[in-house]
Ligand binder design. Structure first.
Ligand code: ADP
Ligand code: MG
Length: 567
């Protein structure tokens, strides 16, 4: 038996009926399982990638082009292949884009490693060289990154818009990429530059209308909450209103469902009712005394209170969602009150304008011109729920990218250009090595070509021909070809920097580092212990892809039949 185990001694307790596999066959079967997963997402890469329609085990349907979303929904149970799901999700969480690329790169690194492992190379030699190659690659990305800093805001906005458009290219909403790129850039540049707090961008989805009916509110917006009859008599717009935020109920017990008062003496009933009315009237009077024009509460505002406010020209909304209250609080400076006794006027917030506005079939409360924190709300419109959901995810990616670009302001040319350049660079580095790491660094270099190759395949171009052209450009001694990548419009190559196909350097750095780490993790495991009793049979029947992947050494074919075409 070859000594393939890890360096640390491992203690494994086996239950009766437990089945183990070890060593090289197990490692190779893990790699195969991972490659099957990679095959399900590889066709989504790039602007010409296909979308996937995924049925999950609960019967819900999602249409997506987003690597992380697809990986999450595949319900992968194979322990090694799960690593790829994790890496995709963490890429999403950390940088918000490059979630498909990271999985594809990891898959290609594994494929390269597999050939050597079959020949009997120890995985640790490969891992060491891959990690070294990853360090070289990251250094090189930093060297060739182009900085957007020190440019005026208007110019930066134009550049940011190009970045957002590159992200939106590959999405379902690509037909409206310019419209949404503008919106995303406006929203992100509205935020406080010191924090760029994403929580200050609210996204609201209103079904109906077309994509182009979506709009941005320079402030806080939320759907009109449930209200009582008197609500219609309340004023629906204010200039410079005073805003009171509450976390208390303004509702009588009798107005509540399931309210129960137990009494032994019926005569007490009236006194309890009177006491309750006195309490609520006192609370309401305190609200009015504070000078508030608008009263918002996390909790219910009942019939009586609604009428009371209406009679006094005050607008109110109860059961406002916590996230919305928080944004109103940050944007208007109103502090959330848990009692209305002795209200301090400084606890009230304000904004330039408040209005209630009809959006499709819904009514929205809009607070604009907020003095305290800069915040924006995107109201998304669209025909179907799945469509708006995907639009939401796509905008999230674009928002993350613009935010990253604004924070770091370092970009590299996309369309496979950066990968080709890194590949060339690493091939050169490999030649400097005198030991066998030369082979593995070369393998790493070769693996990076998977990105331009896949972009070609997904667009239906001759990948071999285009890759030859790209290699030739990137090999030019004067460096004039370093920005050349795949031109998805012409089926040829172009300078993708000039074509504004840009990506934040951070996305690439994170993708290469994470893909390397995932590969090394998978290569370092050569034993799987499984206990048949712990396997739930119906968990495996959920998705076709999953069934194919759940078996050990799953072959190809994971997720076939999920292709969702795009016009
Ligand atoms: P990921 O989840 O990895 O971001 P995408 O489906 O968004 O996957 O595809 C990203 C890839 O597509 C990147 O390599 C990017 O440079 C490339 N890309 C995006 N727009 C274009 C374009 N207009 N021309 C060529 N390549 C593009
Ligand atoms: Mg992307």
């Amino acid at each position: 038996m070859m000594p393939m185990m890890g360096m640390q001694p491992q203690i494994i307790l086996l239950k009766d009926g437990t089945d183990t596999s070890q060593g090289k066959p197990q490692l190779l079967s893990n790699i195969n399982a991972c490659m099957a997963v990679v095959d399900t997402v590889r066709t989504t890469l790039g602007p010409r990638g296909m979308d996937k329609l995924i049925h999950d085990s609960k019967g819900a349907v999602t249409i997506s082009n987003d690597g992380a979303t697809i990986m999450k929904l595949l319900e992968i149970v194979h322990p090694a292949a799960k690593t790829l799901v994790d890496v995709s999700l963490s890429q999403d969480a950390e940088v918000g884009d490059g979630t498909t690329s990271v999985v594809i790169i990891a898959g290609e690194l594994l494929k390269e490693a597999k050939a050597y492992i079959e020949e009997g190379v120890h995985p640790r030699s490969i891992m060491k060289a891959f990690r070294q190659a990853s360090v070289y690659a990251v250094e090189q990305i930093k060297n060739i990154s182009i900085s957007l800093e020190d440019k005026p805001l208007e110019e930066i906005k134009v550049l940011l818009k190009k970045c957002a458009m590159t992200t939106l290219n590959s999405k379902l909403v690509s037909s409206e990429k310019e419209f949404f790129a503008d919106m995303v850039v406006e929203a992100v540049t509205t935020l406080d530059p010191a924090t760029l707090d994403l929580k200050m961008i609210g996204v609201k989805k209103v079904q109906g209308g077309g994509l182009r009916d979506s709009f941005m509110v320079d402030g806080v917006a939320f759907k009109k909450t449930f209200s009582y009859a008197g609500f219609e008599q309340q004023p629906k717009s204010f200039i410079n209103p005073k805003i009171l935020l509450l976390n208390i109920e303004l509702e009588l017990k009798a107005e509540k469902e399931n309210a129960e008062v137990r009494l032994d003496d019926p005569a007490k009933y009236q006194s309890i009712v009177d006491a309750e009315w006195n309490i609520i009237y006192e609370k309401l009077a305190n609200c009015v005394k504070s000078g508030a024009d608008i009263v918002l509460s996390r909790l219910a505002i009942g019939d009586l209170a609604t009428q009371y406010f209406a009679d006094r020209g005050i607008f109110c909304a109860g059961r406002v969602e916590a996230a919305d209250i928080e944004r109103v609080f940050k944007a208007t400076g109103a502090r959330v009150q848990t009692t209305v006794n002795n209200l301090d006027p400084v606890a009230l917030g304000t904004c330039a304008k408040f209005e209630e506005k009809q959006v499709g079939a819904e009514r929205y409360n809009l607070f604009t011109g907020c003095p305290h924190a800069r915040t924006a709300t995107l109201v998304l419109r669209g025909g179907s729920e799945q469509f708006i959901d995907e639009a939401d995810r796509s905008l999230h990616d674009a928002i993350m990218i613009v935010r990253r670009a604004l924070k770091h302001a370092q970009v590299v040319p996309g369309g496979g250009a950066i990968e080709m350049e890194l590949s060339k660079f690493l091939a050169g580095k490999a030649l400097e090595k005198k030991d066998k790491s030369q082979l593995f660094i070369e393998a790493f270099a070769k693996a990076l070509e998977v990105i331009p190759r896949q972009l070609c395949n997904n667009a239906g171009f001759d990948a071999t021909e285009i890759l030859n052209k790209l290699r030739q450009k990137h090999a030019l001694a004067d460096g004039s070809g370093k920005n050349f990548g795949v031109d998805v419009n012409s089926g040829d190559i172009c300078d993708t920097y000039d074509a504004f196909v840009w990506e934040p350097s951070l996305v690439k750095i994170n993708a290469i580092q994470s893909a390397t780490e995932a590969t090394c993790l998978i290569l370092s495991v050569d034993e799987t212990v499984r206990n048949p009793k712990s396997e739930v049979p119906d968990a495996a029947s959920g998705a076709a892809a999953q069934a194919a992947l759940a078996g050990r050494g799953a072959g190809r074919g994971g997720g076939r039949g999920m292709g969702g075409g795009r016009g």
